[in-house]
Design a protein around this ligand. Structure first.
Ligand SMILES: [Zn+2]
Ligand SMILES: [Zn+2]
Length: 424
């Protein structure tokens, strides 16, 4: 007996309405904000992610699905979208298009993570990237789009968590201060933090271990060490957010550890979504293009895990439109009636009626039961008696009323169309 690999998810038909709804809302909001779809490969050169995500990150150190292909190439299943999208931007010379280039995508990403609720090793991400513009108004637009999507989806109590992660000009000084602060507390911190202190000190602020929390709370804030440019960028963005009445909290723990992540970093939190409230995270990466060998090009984006969104939608009791049910179910008795029913079934579908039929020549009673269970509004019955008169019985499965309709030509399909039209 096989089961799906640990950390993967079958999305069964009953869950698909959530996904379809999510995709529809993503289509709407990306169109509103002028974002165009891009699709990048599911695997890329391992080196792209090592450079584009960065050594010393959990993703590159522990979580990548990497392998050598039959042509001896080092390949990795994409652990995130930004590096691949930026690679495509550079490769296809998108710098020559009107800037910024506004892109979105959805699809699976792969990380060998500890499995927990809403977190999978293959998970689906909605990702947007806005490349080629420094203006903090772009940060505002990207954040607004996330907000717009989540509020359209029906999430309550939305709030931004916001910070600046500085830039290569100001961050090193902050890291020095942070490291010397942590050196004073080295005896009190967890094993992971001891490693982070050496490899990636900014990640110290991410630690979830209980005993590390008071140390994080007392740590110096990057906000006090920003250079004038980073300070102005943050202040301007805050003024824009205020102007739009978008609530945000400055969260000093929100930082990203790599050189090419710059300035704005944000999350969107929604009310009552388990212990971890973030439904989306993003930020600026003005140094990424250069890290990948391109010209200096600013960019900002966010990603949102769609499995987590679906889980959160369920937890918040958000109703989504159901999957379309069949409208008509054909029920027949005998060979001749079955052939006629198959023709009519085909006619119905050609005319846009969602129609179904029972297979396997079961009894009339069994077929009617199945028709009822299918959710169909009407059963069209071709029994012995009906066939003898060249008619069919159209039974309304909701009101349990019925009528006889001629089988000739398209009389039946027209009668069904009329009834279905009258329903709405
Ligand atoms: Zn700076
Ligand atoms: Zn720790």
């Amino acid at each position: 007996m096989f089961t799906a690999p640990r950390g993967t998810l079958d999305i069964l038909p009953e869950d698909q309405p959530y996904w379809q709804y999510l995709h529809q809302e993503i289509l709407k909001v990306t169109a509103l904000y002028g974002y165009q779809r891009i699709d990048v490969p599911i695997f890329e050169d391992t080196a792209l992610y090592v450079r584009g995500v960065g050594e010393g990150t959990d993703i590159v150190d522990k979580e990548m699905y990497s392998f050598v292909d039959k042509g001896n190439r080092e390949i990795t299943l994409r652990p995130e979208f930004t590096a691949g999208v930026m690679r495509a931007y550079i490769q296809h010379g998108m710098k020559s298009r009107p800037q910024p280039v506004k892109l979105y995508t959805t699809g699976p990403i792969f990380r060998y993570e500890r499995v927990q609720a809403g977190r999978y090793r293959q998970h689906t991400q909605f990702d947007i990237e806005c490349i080629g513009e420094m203006d903090p108004a772009v940060d505002l637009e990207v954040m607004s789009m996330a907000w717009h999507l989540f509020s359209n989806l029906g999430f309550q109590g939305l709030a931004f968590q916001l910070n600046s992660t500085g830039c290569p000009a100001c961050r090193p000084a902050y890291i020095q201060v942070l490291v010397s602060y942590y050196r004073q507390h080295e005896g009190e911190i967890c094993e992971d933090c001891k490693r982070r202190l050496v490899r990636n000190p900014l990640r110290l602020l991410d630690c979830k271990v209980e005993t590390c929390q008071p140390i994080i709370a007392g740590a110096p804030h990057i906000g006090d060490y920003l250079c004038p440019e980073c300070r102005e960028h943050l202040d301007t963005l805050r003024a824009y957010l205020d102007a739009l009445g978008r609530p945000y909290t400055i969260n000093h723990r929100l930082v990203r550890g790599l050189d090419y992540y710059t300035k704005t970093v944000f999350e969107v939190w929604a009310q009552g979504i388990g212990a971890q409230n973030a439904i989306c995270g993003g930020g600026r990466y003005d140094g990424l293009a250069q890290a990948l060998g391109g010209d200096p090009t600013p960019g900002i984006g966010f990603g949102s895990g769609m499995e987590r969104l679906v889980l959160a939608m369920k937890e918040q009791g958000i109703a989504v439109p159901g999957a379309p049910m069949p409208q008509v179910a054909f029920v027949y008795l005998g060979y001749e009636a079955k052939v006629r029913a198959l023709q009519l079934l085909n006619d119905c579908r050609q005319r846009g009626i969602r129609a179904t039929i029972g297979f396997g020549d079961r009894s009339l009673r069994a077929q009617l039961r199945a028709a009822d269970r299918s959710g169909a509004r009407y059963a069209v019955i071709l029994g012995e008696e009906e066939m003898a008169h060249g008619e069919a019985t159209v039974q309304d499965l909701r009101s349990e009323t019925e009528a006889r309709v001629r089988l000739s030509q398209s009389a039946l399909v027209n009668a069904l169309l009329a009834r279905l039209a009258a329903e709405v």
